[in-house]
Write a protein that binds this ligand. Structure first.
Ligand SMILES: [Zn+2]
Ligand SMILES: [Zn+2]
Length: 265
């Protein structure tokens, strides 16, 4: 009995995450091209034929660029909330609307035996969500593209086994970097993206609940972050609370244009 997770790509260029059991698989977001996603699956020795559903967190292009192609090529059903669907339906080309399933935030639904709960996050999109996936008492939580993580968000993800958390930028790099002022403000805002420090704080809260084994740092900015910096910042925040990476929890990077290893949750 398997419950697998792999990040196929993570970052502002495109996002797609793979979740699977023995006989069912789904994708969260398809922000890369269909071709990229097919190749990424080959790399981890998994077949596209197994994928039976596509979920979308929000309508930004780095999360939906490949949706239309994949829906047409593989006849995939799409699971998305109403406002996100409104925001993306004119951007993905012609698809079979019968394949679109409208889901509701905070209402669980089941696909292939996996219990799925979309929860609201704060980000500058129509109605962005994170997801919690539960299968045979194991949980995977996805929390990217959010400006901040209030208690309600921590509450949703705290008892997870695998946490996929945004670690978008280093605040100092962003402030002193070459982003125009409006973009700096956007990223830093409550509806923007999580900094490395925030990722560390959330990781700490989740580790304190004593269950999480693997934490993956996601959606890194190319302009305003370095993988080593994100990793060290989060590691230091954890260490300050006597949480040792490698002993109490394992910490991994994700990649803009590469897959992570396949995690068996
Ligand atoms: Zn994004
Ligand atoms: Zn976004």
């Amino acid at each position: 009995m398997k419950f697998e997770f792999c990040s196929l790509a993570s970052g502002s260029k495109g996002n797609s995450q793979y979740i699977a059991t023995n006989n069912f698989a789904l994708l969260v977001d398809a922000g890369m091209s269909g071709k990229y996603i097919e190749n990424a699956l080959k790399k981890i020795d998994r077949s596209f034929e197994k994928i039976q559903a596509l979920l979308v967190t929000h309508e930004h292009s780095d999360h939906i660029n490949g949706v239309g192609v994949l829906m047409r090529r593989y006849k995939l059903p799409l699971y998305v909330n109403e406002k996100t669907w409104e925001g993306m339906k004119n951007k993905i080309g012609k698809i079979d609307v019968e394949k679109v399933h409208i889901i509701k935030n905070d209402e669980c639904f089941k696909l292939g035996g996996i219990k799925i709960k979309p929860y609201q996050i704060s980000h500058d999109a129509n109605d962005p969500v994170g997801f919690v996936f539960e299968y045979k008492n194991k949980k995977i939580s996805i929390a990217t593209d959010l400006g901040h993580a209030p208690e309600q968000v921590i509450e949703k993800i705290k008892d997870t086994d695998l946490l996929f958390i945004e670690s978008n930028h280093d605040i100092e790099m962003l402030k002193s970097g070459r982003y125009p002022y409006y973009l700096k403000r956007r990223v830093l805002s409550m509806e923007g993206h999580l900094s490395n420090d925030e990722a560390g704080r959330i990781a700490k809260e989740v580790v304190r609940h004593g269950r999480v084994k693997n934490i993956l740092l996601a959606h890194l900015s190319r302009e305003n972050n370095f993988p080593e910096l994100a990793y060290e910042t989060v590691k230091t925040v954890l260490k300050d609370s006597n949480i040792e990476v490698g002993e109490d929890v394992d910490l991994y990077m994700t990649y803009r244009e590469d897959t992570t290893k396949l995690f068996d949750v």
